[in-house]
Structure formats: C-alpha cells, structure tokens
Design a protein around this ligand. Structure first.
Ligand code: PHE
Length: 365
C-alpha cells in the first residue's frame, strides 16, 4: 500500500495489525500512528495526496488501526474505538489544514512568470509611408520658396475639368475615370490635384509659388499598380518671365533632393489639356542607377511626374493676364514616389493597414 511512500515508517505500519495483541499493543499502535500523522511533512500537492492515501484512504493506516479491534477484549473496545476516532479526526484535521495552507501559498506566489526576462517591447505607432514621403516632398519644395495649398476633395466640374482645359464632351475627359457624386452631376471626387491650381489663380495675383498635396480619386480597377484612392502633389509657379528652363531646373533640384545627388532627369514630350508644351519626367532608376532592372523595365529610367508650361487658356479661365505672366505646373503621385523610395511593389499595401507593413517605417518617422 505505502511501499512507495518515502515517509513510510515501520512503527506506523504496525497499525495495520501485522503484530502484537491486546489493548496495550493496540493503544501503542494508535500512539505511533498519531505521532506519524503529526510528523508527516506536507509541502506539496503530491505530498498532500500521499498523506491522504497513507492515512485516511479506504486502505489507509487509520482503517488498519480499526482492524485491530478484534484483538481488543470486549469491555475495552469502546475506549479503543474512541481512540481510533480521535486519531482519525486528527488525520483529517491535518489534511484540511495542510490543504488550506497549500492553496494560500500558491495564491501568494503569483503567476508563474520569469521576472528576469526583459519586458516585451511596447508597440509604438509610426507615421504612414505616404505621409512620410508627402512631408519630404513638401520640405524639398519649401526650401525653394513653395508654400502649401489645399483644395476640396469633392470638387466641382469647373475646377476639376473645364477651367483646366477640359470642357464638357472634350475627349480628354476620357483620360480619367471619374467618380461623380450621386444626385449632383456637377460634383466629382477630384481626379487630380490640378484644380487647386485653378482655385489659387482665381483667388490671388502672381507671383504664385505653391505645392498642393492631397488625396485624389479615379474609378480604376484596384490592382498591384492602380488604386481608386491615391495621393498627388501639384506644383504651380506663375510670375513674369517664367521659362521652361526654370521648370527643368526645379525638377532637377527636386529629383536630386528626393532621390540623391547622382540622380539625372529627362523630359519626354507628352500631352495634358492644361499645359503647353507638356512633358513627362523620368529619373535615372534608383534601384539599378540606370543600368537596367525589372523596376525600370531595363530602360534605366522611371517616370515620376507630368509637367508643362501653364496653357494661356487656363490663365484666361482663372483671370490671370496671359500676356504678362507665364508659369509652369507639375503633378506627381505620392504612392509612385513611395514605391520607388521604399521598393514597394504593390500599391494596395498602403491602404490595407497591415501593422507588420506599417511598422517597418517606424525608424523613418
Ligand atoms: N494632373 C496630371 C495628372 O493627374 C499631372 C500634371 C499636373 C501634369 C500638372 C502637368 C501639370 O496626370
């Protein structure tokens, strides 16, 4: 029964009735058992269970002591029975006390943690990559005197299209898939930041030197390369004697500031309804430095923006004296710049709010 119990003692085992006879022997066995019960060390849940099995269990030593009743002469049996009961009660009392003690000990020990471990790093928020790049663009232009302007995202047809050289039914409207506001045929989600040009020219006299960062919308199928919500930065410079050379120099400055001193720019003829002449700006591929890679499709160049000299018709539409003033404008997609700078190959990552993606920009903030 208790052969595996490390605390088993020969004295107590005598309680099972293996030896001796008569009342004296039986009482001696009871005393020995009582002593064992008191001396038994209960310092763990396992020891508590071993105690229970050894003394109180259905095959325990208290039961065994009771078995010695047959050795006790009849008149003495009552006294012996009381003695056995007392031993039994003291065993049960010890059991309950030890159990309570263990429960209290466990509760005060607290949770099972290694206090020497370093703490888990707190998850600190970070700025969004689009916000970081937007800020870098704004800062680059602020250094050469461009002030920030903003315009509404829900724009009217006039500012988004008509003033910008794209009257109704003009085929150039097809260049941009437009979200119209239901019930308001005159209202659109702006398809570019160019309407801010018109708003600024309408409201103040040159010289004008502004950039206008903001959110733009086009009804595009969402893919790795295109999204229906994205961001642009518009630039506008209007004054007397502004030339195409000024445009080229400004863009050169920006490209070197944004992408590094070794960056070169080239202008390719293009078309926009609000600039004439118009151009698309390429910079030497920042991934392969112009040697050719998959990002630049092995041309060594990547496109970063559209630009051109402000069309005199746009000046007319906005109340600027086209005889006196000339100007240039440019517009770039912030997502595109961010994808180049951070080597991001899927535009959808910017709007998915995946913490693992966003956390990578923490050190940039
Ligand atoms: N608004 C044009 C676009 O969204 C970009 C642009 C801006 C081109 C200013 C020329 C001048 O593509």
């Amino acid at each position: 029964m208790s052969s595996k119990d490390p605390q088993s003692s020969p004295t107590a085992d005598q309680a099972s009735g293996a030896t001796g006879s008569g009342l004296d022997d039986a009482l001696a066995a009871a005393d020995a058992l009582q002593a064992d019960i008191e001396a038994y060390a209960i310092d763990s849940a396992d020891a508590l269970e071993a105690f229970r099995i050894r003394f109180i269990g259905s095959k325990g030593l208290v039961k065994g002591l009771m078995g010695r009743m047959k050795d006790v002469p009849g008149p003495e049996r009552k006294a012996f029975g009381q003695r056995v009961n007392a031993v039994k009660q003291s065993a049960e009392k010890r059991f309950e006390e030890a159990k309570t003690g263990l429960v209290q000990q466990e509760a005060s020990a607290g949770p099972d943690v290694d206090l020497s471990l370093p703490p888990a790093a707190p998850r600190v928020g970070s700025r969004h990559p689009i916000n970081i790049i937007r800020q870098r663009i704004v800062e680059a232009f602020a250094r050469i005197g461009f002030a920030v302007e903003e315009g509404p995202e829900i724009e009217d047809d006039w500012h988004n299209f008509t003033a910008m050289g794209t009257p109704e039914h003009h085929p150039a409207r097809d260049m941009q898939d437009t979200f119209y506001i239901a019930g308001h045929p005159d209202r659109v989600l702006r398809t570019h930041t160019s309407p801010v040009q018109a708003r600024v020219m309408e409201s103040r006299k040159p010289p004008i030197r502004i950039i206008a960062p903001g959110r733009t919308y086009r009804n595009e199928t969402i893919s790795a390369r295109a999204h229906c919500v994205f961001h642009q930065v518009e630039g506008l410079y209007v004054d007397e004697n502004v030339s195409f050379a000024d445009l080229k120099q400004t863009i050169d400055y920006f490209a070197k500031t944004m992408f590094g001193e070794d960056t070169e720019t080239r202008l390719r003829p293009s078309y926009f309804p609000f600039t004439e002449p118009s151009a698309e700006v390429d910079v030497t591929c920042l991934i392969c430095s112009g040697k050719g890679c998959s990002v630049c499709k092995h041309t060594g160049w990547v496109e970063i923006m559209g630009c051109g000299m402000v069309d005199p018709d746009v000046f007319e539409n906005c109340g600027v004296d086209a005889e006196r003033y000339t100007g240039f404008a440019f517009g770039m997609g912030i997502e595109r710049i961010a994808m180049l700078v951070y080597r991001i190959d899927d535009i959808r990552l910017f709007t998915e709010n995946d913490a693992l993606f966003l956390e990578q920009f923490r050190s940039e903030s």
